[in-house]
Structures are given as structure tokens and as C-alpha cells.
Design a protein around this ligand. Structure first.
Ligand code: WTA
Length: 668
């Protein structure tokens, strides 16, 4: 998408503006504004200025809402953010002792009398399956699970890999880890056995928690089988770190399916283990900087990075951003449609909402099963007030028009949010007008796994004038700008790449000393608003899922027919971006439909269905510089059919480009 048509939504004092129709202003309803935590622009500026001018007092006030077994002995934030002055480090509330699980559960049940309040309305893949879980129930199940993990030998600091679908047990397990000081590493249950194995090996987890199987829409995914394969793969490379596997009988019990195979000798069934597990479990009192979780995100080298987050800072940042960005109130019913396997789910399904004592919907299924109005039906059923989803979901649902929505009562909705990728104007308008019926502000939130919480938000009634986010001209003076965060960390920023401080520093801090670099392109318009233009490193954003070109290329290159592969992004109506792969085959191999299918399967099996390429093109040769570097910029333009290629003087053999253009239409 050319930069000028990039989407932007913003708050201009009291008004929301869609840029390409500058005269079109959207005013939030008066009552929403009146009752908001941040009712007007001046109140916002006050909070914002305090956060910059006196961060110590600002974060202390946030911390005062929570329980600290021991108060901090050091300042709220200690850090070195400048690589030229030594190693990068960030510490929040040194000396303090606390427990995340205590703060998000016990505190509400014991100190705030919220035990009977609903924490989650769980809605299964099938509308017939649903559960209501109160804070009290959540606490006792988490404690039971914590005791089960302890019995399995899990201790403070041990890693636990979790490969579960969107079921309550996923929340129980992650909070149980937090309670006993174990570090959870959740792997999205759409990842392949290879990806799971890679993440287990990097984290060296001692326990894997998975389920027998799950239906997504009409498709049964045999998670236990995938887990067994993953563990077998781990064992092929080195002694497998996982010694025990806890298996939720979800498919067997809830959907009455058969149980899956049981190759490991160390399996424990969830129901049996929980049945005789005590309901009390004293939380482990952790240091403020003790690790809370590792979450793997794609890295541009292809090897995923274990983004490490710690306890106190993560608590402060997710709770504060959740409260303000969604203007959370006690009687809200909040629904974030993300999967807990991604950072959005960690921060804005589990920790942020629970820290605020919120009531949320937890949805296992897909937006169009068993009918295309499922999202809207759920909003009506639970009387959802705040709804947070991804542009890709909006674009997919837009295809069905207004009719599916008209059957349901969406009048409870107050605020709509988006995350994950740039939202295009058509999707924005549809979201605002059709879903929000013109009355709900749309809050577009830009952030990352690494930043843990929202960095740029179009907050309720707030104009974005955050001048602590800087845009730096890319050193190679391309028309892109890097989006960076200057000078000072915030409590929720990642602490390191697990087991690789060097990678942490070189990825985020070396390019522009003194800044955290997001890897996104951005420009600021004359009014001071930020336009995110997408990734400017070798990353792709497919349906809001970040992946690296290198990991897809490595998967393709594993096929015996492929000698070399290069992958670029190409615009896609629903997914935002999709994968266009150029493959150079070995001499004797023929490019045909069968091979294309094999290659797509190869990527799916190696990484997971989210990475399935849309286009595979035969490339007799790839455009390379004289030093042999693939010119991805040129490939991107070929994939997009942009014929104005600019300067090709560094290309070793310009004829390659003509050939690729002429064969573009044969990409399948
Ligand atoms: C992209 C997801 C434009 C961006 C929370 C970022 C966005 C990457 C937006 C992080 C947005 C996320 N507008 N782009 N509102 N939100 N992105 O780590 O490229 O899965 O760097 O975290 O998603 O993806 P991640």
C-alpha cells in the first residue's frame, strides 16, 4: 500500500479523525467521555507529563495498588539504555518481593471482596460448551494446578512449556507457574511439532503441559500427537529436557472424542492429577526482577528469540495500560479475541485484565463457526462492552456484509480496539460504523512482544502527542523511518533475549545508541501523528502474526528439489500481507503444481499453518548483488508487480529480473 493511503486513526483532542477524510470527525458520546478515567486532553497531558518528569512518583503510585511482601529498596527504575555506556539493563523496583498470581487473584478475593465476580466467561468452539469462572474458582483451580506442578518436581526458576488451546486450563497453568515462580513458555497451539521442539529445547523446559486434542471450527487438531512428535524430535538432537507431560483431557471429556496416542511413559492426565490436589498453595515470594515468562517471537535470523519478561515491571505496565487504554470500569465485560499463545493474550487476556479485576470472555473457537455471525452472537450473549481484535479478523468479517451483525444486539459495545498490524481505512470505517454503530471510539494500539504493552495508543479522548517516541532517519536514507523509543525504558520492556544478551543488544539497541528500535517504519505527519508503515527489517506480518523471511526460506530449502529460496511479502486483502516465495530448483527438478503443493506443505509442517505461502514462483535465478546478497527489495517489487524498479546498478545480472517478471503470473 503506498504510504499516503496508509491507515491512521487518531484522537484530536476530543475528536477522532480519519485522515483521508480530514473533514470527517467522529465524536465519542458524552457519557463515555464524562465517565472516562482520562476525561479530556488536559487530564491526559497531566498524566503524561508526570510520567516523563517524575517517573519515580508516577510508577510508585501505580505500584501502591498492589501487594508487596517487601517494599522496594531501590528506585522504581534503574537502567542503562545507551549501548555506548556499557551493557543494556533495566530493573524495576529492586529489592521488592511480590507474587504476580497473588496480585491478580488473591488480592481481589481476599482484600477486595471480588471472589464472586466473574473472571472469565469461557466460550467453547461449539456454542454448547461454556463455563463461568469466578475469581474464587480461578484462585482455587490455579492453586491446585500449582500443587500438581510442584508434585511433578517443578521449582522456582524452572521452565514449563505450555502447548494448549484457548481453554481455561491454559490460564490455570500460566498462573500456577507464576504462583510457584516457574517461568512459563507458552507456544501457540497452531505451531508445528518442529517449532514446539525448537522452543522446548531453547527454554530447556522440564515439563510440557498440553491437551489431547481440540476442535478449531470443524477441524480436529491432535495436540497430543504433535507434542509427542515434538518431544521425539527433541530427543533426537540431545537428551530431551522434558521429563513429564501433563495432558488436559479436553477433547475426551468436553467434546467426547477418543483419546490420542500415549507414547510417553511420563504422561499425567489433568483431571486425575487435579482431583486429589490441595486447594491451598502459598505463593512463592519472588524478587521484582525474577523472570515471569519467556515468549518466543520471530527473529530476522530465522531462529526465534526468547523474549524474557520479569515480574514487577510487567505487572505495573500491563495493569496501567489496560485500565487507561480501554478505559476499564468495574462493570465492563471485556473481550480480546487474540490467542493467549501470543503476547496480546498474555498481556490483555490474562495479566492486564486480571490485575484490574476485570470480567473477560475467553473464546476457544473461530469467528465463522458454526456460523458467520459467531463473534456478534458472543458479544450479545455476554453483553460485551469493550472489544479488542485484529484488522485481519475485521477484513475477513467485512466480506459477509452487515447482515450477520443485524441479527444480534451490539448495543452494549462502548470501545473497540485493534492490534497487530496497520488497519486500512476501509476496515477502520466498517469497524467504526457497522460494528460500533458509529458510537464506539476505535482504539488502534501499536506495540510488540518486546514492549509488552501498548506504546502508541489512540487513547480515549486523547490526542497523540507523545514526543518520547522518536522517528529516526534510516541510515541508508531510504524513505523509511525507524520508530524508536528514546532515553528511558518503561517498566514493561523486555529484559533480555533468553540466554542471549548479545542478540538482545544488537537487535534493539546497537543501531541507534540511546534508543530502543522497534524495527517498524513510521512517519509523523505535520500534526504530529504517527503513521506506522510496517516492518522495515526482514520480517513479515501475516494476519498480524510476525514471522521472518529466513525461517520460511529455511523451511523451503529443506525440500530436496530446492537449491535456494527467497521470501517476500505481498499485499493480501484479508491477511494484510501474504508470502510470495521465489524458489530456485536443483538442475534436474521440474516446477509443477505437485511440487508447489509439496512446498506449501513443507512450510506448514515446519512452522505451522499461519506460515503457509500463498504464492510460489519458479526462479531460475535470484537477483543478487555482486557480493552475492539477495536483493529483496527487487523481489518485493516483482511480487507486487511494481515495474518501476529504481536503481539496479548493484545487481550482478539485471536479466534475472526480466525473467522473473515474465514468469510472475505463473506463480501458484
Ligand atoms: C506490528 C503484537 C501497525 C508491528 C502486539 C510490530 C502493528 C509487530 C500494530 C509486533 C498496529 C502491531 N499498527 N502495526 N496497531 N500492532 N503491529 O510482537 O510491525 O506479535 O512491530 O506483537 O506487529 O508484533 P508482536
Amino acid at each position: 500500500m503506498p504510504e499516503e493511503t496508509r491507515p491512521i486513526t487518531k484522537w484530536d483532542s476530543f475528536t477522532m479523525v480519519v485522515p483521508e477524510s480530514k473533514d470527517k470527525l467522529f465524536h465519542p458520546p458524552d457519557d463515555l467521555q464524562r465517565d472516562a478515567h482520562v476525561p479530556d486532553f488536559n487530564s491526559y497531558l497531566e498524566i503524561y507529563r508526570k510520567s516523563l518528569e517524575d517517573p519515580e512518583a508516577f510508577w510508585k503510585e501505580v505500584a501502591d495498588e498492589f501487594y508487596w511482601k517487601k517494599p522496594a529498596t531501590g528506585p522504581m527504575l534503574q537502567y542503562n539504555f545507551d549501548i555506548t555506556k556499557g551493557n543494556i539493563y533495566i530493573k524495576c523496583m529492586e529489592g521488592a518481593k511480590t507474587n504476580m498470581c497473588y496480585n491478580v487473584l488473591d488480592r481481589h478475593v481476599k482484600d477486595r471482596n471480588l471472589g464472586e465476580k466473574v473472571a472469565f466467561h469461557w466460550e467453547g468452539n461449539s456454542p454448547e460448551h461454556h463455563l463461568t469462572i469466578t475469581y474464587q474458582q480461578l484462585l482455587s483451580r490455579v492453586c491446585r494446578c500449582a500443587n500438581v506442578l510442584k508434585k511433578m518436581g517443578v521449582k522456582k526458576g524452572d521452565r514449563v512449556s505450555i502447548y494448549l488451546p484457548m481453554i481455561p486450563e491454559l490460564i490455570y497453568t500460566m498462573l500456577a507457574c507464576a504462583r510457584i515462580g516457574a517461568v512459563h513458555s507458552i507456544v501457540f497451539a497452531g505451531f508445528s511439532s518442529e517449532s514446539l521442539c525448537e522452543r522446548i529445547m531453547d527454554a530447556q523446559s522440564s515439563v510440557l503441559v498440553t491437551a489431547d486434542g481440540v476442535y478449531r471450527g470443524e477441524k480436529l487438531i491432535n495436540l497430543k500427537q504433535i507434542s509427542d512428535d515434538a518431544l521425539e524430535k527433541c530427543g533426537e538432537k540431545a537428551p530431551c529436557s522434558v521429563t513429564k507431560c501433563l495432558v488436559v483431557n479436553h477433547h475426551a471429556v468436553r467434546t467426547k472424542g477418543g483419546t490420542s496416542c500415549n507414547k510417553l511413559q511420563v504422561n499425567m492426565w489433568w483431571d486425575e492429577a487435579m482431583a486429589d490436589s490441595p486447594e491451598e498453595c502459598e505463593p512463592e515470594w519472588l524478587d521484582a526482577e525474577d523472570p515471569l515468562f519467556i515468549l518466543y517471537t520471530s527473529g530476522s535470523t530465522g531462529k526465534p528469540k526468547g523474549v524474557l519478561h520479569t515480574t514487577a515491571g510487567y505487572l505495573l505496565y500491563t495493569s496501567l495500560t489496560f485500565k487507561y487504554v480501554f478505559d476499564h470500569h468495574h462493570d465492563d465485560v471485556y473481550w480480546c479475541t487474540a490467542d493467549v499463545g501470543w503476547i496480546t493474550g498474555h498481556s490483555y487476556i490474562t495479566y492486564g485484565p486480571l490485575a484490574n479485576g476485570a470480567t473477560s470472555v475467553l473464546f476457544e473457537g473461530v469467528p465463522v463457526y458454526p456460523h458467520i455471525g459467531r463473534f456478534w452472537e458472543i458479544i450479545e450473549k455476554y453483553r460485551v462492552t469493550k472489544f479488542y481484535t485484529a484488522p485481519t479478523a475485521i477484513r475477513m468479517l467485512m466480506k459477509y456484509g452487515q447482515e450477520p451483525l443485524q441479527k444480534f444486539d451490539l448495543s452494549t459495545l462502548r470501545i473497540l480496539g485493534t492490534v497487530g498490524e496497520p488497519i486500512n481505512p476501509e476496515a477502520w470505517q466498517w469497524y467504526h460504523e457497522v460494528v460500533g454503530q458509529g458510537r464506539c471510539p476505535v482504539v488502534d494500539t501499536f506495540w510488540q512482544t518486546e514492549t509488552v504493552g501498548k506504546m502508541i495508543n489512540k487513547m480515549l479522548l486523547i490526542s497523540e502527542s507523545d514526543n518520547s517516541v522518536r522517528i529516526l532517519l534510516n541510515l541508508h536514507s531510504s524513505p523509511c523511518f525507524y520508530l524508536c523509543r528514546e532515553d528511558m525504558p518503561w517498566p514493561g520492556i523486555m529484559r533480555t533475549v533468553y540466554k542471549s544478551q548479545e542478540r538482545f543488544e544488537s537487535t534493539y539497541f546497537r543501531k541507534f545508541p540511546g534508543f530502543y528500535v522497534t524495527g517498524d517504519g513510521c512517519r509523523r505527519d505535520k500534526d504530529g501523528y504517527y503513521w506506522i508503515t510496517g516492518r522495515i527489517d526482514d520480517m513479515l506480518n501475516v494476519s498480524g502474526h510476525l514471522m521472518s523471511t529466513a525461517e520460511v526460506e529455511a523451511a523451503l530449502a529443506q525440500h530436496p528439489a530446492v537449491s535456494e529460496a527467497a521470501v517476500v511479502s505481498r499485499p493480501h486483502k484479508v491477511k494484510g500481507e501474504c508470502l510470495h516465495c521465489f524458489v530456485t530448483l536443483k538442475d534436474t527438478k521440474e516446477f509443477n503444481q505437485k511440487l508447489v503443493e509439496e512446498l506449501k506443505k513443507q512450510v506448514r509442517d515446519r512452522i505451522g499453518p499461519i506460515a503457509t505461502p500463498d504464492f510460489i514462483q519458479n526462479a531460475p535465478a535470484l537477483p543478487k548483488t555482486r557480493s552475492g546478497k539477495i536483493m529483496r527489495r527487487v523481489l518485493r517489487q516483482i511480487a507486487r508487480n511494481e515495474t518501476d524498479l529504481g536503481d539496479l546498478s548493484t545487481l550482478a545480472d539485471p536479466k534475472v529480473v526480466e525473467v522473473l517478471f515474465s514468469q510472475r503470473s505463473e506463480a501458484a
